[in-house]
Design a protein around this ligand. Structure first.
Ligand code: AMP
Ligand code: MG
Length: 403
């Protein structure tokens, strides 16, 4: 047949590319970090409780510690127990001790009756109704027992995990050191925000986007100065970036004569693992390694960077820290507007989240092109639209990623 055949190169699927990335990641070495500074880190070994939690039988209410068998009745109040100050002795039969929330339930007592349920008269209380044994006592170890796992290895530490580990008495945690990431934007047209734009120039957005994304994934970021589309400038900047654990570039990975990133990386010894994924936007993404260092070349359109980072770079940053589940967590919802799939590439479409009685709704935002970063400002989700030919109608079930 005549005509020009487009060059055929089978593109990787998103999942194949993600697997190739994760196969290349080695976890960074562990270091000890004070629990108060560990938010955002990934726990390197299981965090086991150093104490029972609570450490002692404690009162759940402000009230009176009693023997359940002494109720109902009139009891003299001998001692008042505050949190942090246990009673000097056990509770005798036929007496009560005042006790604050968090106070140690004295030996001999087996119930606490709340303040509101008694009449307290001159150090004698009247209890009208029987109190069941165990009432308002938080048993020692009722939350977790000493030696049990509070937070498992590979878990990223957020506020609840930090609180749990601190409460269980862990002062220092073993976590991978933070990945050091270098970010380089390439393109002769780029100017920093605040500079004057000459004809043909645009403001640099990707470097800032990547820095924000990398930090949110736990990396320490060094932003290199943007480079012009010039081999020497690329060689110097990429060479510097390759000192980091992870180098992420934007622009210059496509097939144009000014796309120099892949050639110069190859010259510097980077072994390319793949180039090209069947995803929209962001198809010409490249990934390679230099020893244990990882290098991502993202295309220049800002939405390609946004999407490429979430699908491929964030998982790598999390895996470098030993995260047990580094891949993006897709949730399920329904479309609030119809979508036309791309026939050959899976697409991530910017959308706005809302909900109704039946669950999450995703309203696709107008403007699906990869240069339209201003429109991404309104998005809080990326809808995964699998390649295909059938239109997705309003109400169609879809997977989405929060951003
Ligand atoms: P490239 O992948 O280098 O061909 O760039 C694709 C498109 O993205 C071009 O229109 C570039 O001007 C634009 N672009 C490249 N780098 C950036 C950047 N850092 N910030 C904003 N736009 C960019
Ligand atoms: Mg370019």
């Amino acid at each position: 047949m005549g005509g020009m055949a487009a060059p055929t190169k089978r593109l990787l699927s998103i999942e194949e590319a993600q697997q190739l990335v994760l196969d290349r990641v080695e976890r960074l070495p562990l270091e000890s970090v004070p629990v108060g500074e560990a938010a955002g880190r990934v726990l390197g070994e299981p965090g086991r409780a150093a104490v029972d939690l609570p450490p002692f039988d404690s009162s759940a209410m402000d009230g009176f510690a009693v023997r359940a068998g002494d109720t109902p009745g009139r009891l003299p109040v001998s001692v008042r127990i505050a949190a942090g100050s246990p009673a000097p002795r056990a509770l005798d039969p036929e007496e009560a001790m005042g006790i604050a929330t968090g106070g140690v339930v004295p030996p001999g007592a087996d119930a606490v009756i709340p303040l509101e349920y008694v009449v307290d008269n001159d150090n004698t209380i009247e209890i009208a109704d029987p109190v069941p044994p165990g009432a308002n006592i938080r048993p020692a170890g009722g939350d977790i027992r000493r030696g049990e796992v509070v937070v498992g290895a590979g878990m990223r530490l957020g506020a609840p995990q930090i609180a749990a580990l601190a409460a269980a008495g862990l002062a220092e945690l073993q976590t991978a050191r933070r990945p050091r990431a270098a970010v380089l934007a390439t393109g002769s047209e780029l100017r920093a925000p605040g500079e004057r734009l000459e004809p043909g120039q645009i403001y640099e957005a990707n470097g800032l986007l990547l820095a924000a994304q990398l930090e949110s994934a736990g990396a320490e970021v060094e932003r290199l100065s943007s480079v012009a589309d010039d081999e020497d400038a690329h060689r110097e900047a990429l060479g510097h970036g390759l000192l980091a654990d992870l180098l992420v570039t934007s622009g210059g990975v496509s097939v144009g004569p000014h796309d120099l990133v892949r050639t110069v990386l190859a010259e510097l010894g980077v072994e390319e693992v793949f180039w090209g994924v069947a995803v929209k936007p962001g198809k010409p993404i490249s990934f390679g390694t230099l020893g244990h260092r990882l290098v991502f070349g993202l295309p220049g359109n800002p939405v390609s960077v946004l999407v490429g980072f979430e699908l491929f770079v964030r998982p790598a940053v999390l895996a470098l820290q030993g995260a047990a589940e580094p891949l993006p967590h897709f949730e399920r919802g329904r479309l609030a507007g119809a979508l036309e799939p791309n026939p050959v590439r899976d697409e991530l479409v910017r959308a706005r989240l809302s909900s109704d009685n039946e669950g999450v709704l995703l309203e696709p935002l107008p403007g699906r092109e990869s240069h339209m970063i201003a429109r991404a400002a309104a998005a809080d989700a990326l809808v995964l639209v699998r390649r295909g030919t059938e239109q997705l109608a309003v109400g169609a079930p879809v997977e989405f990623l929060r951003i």
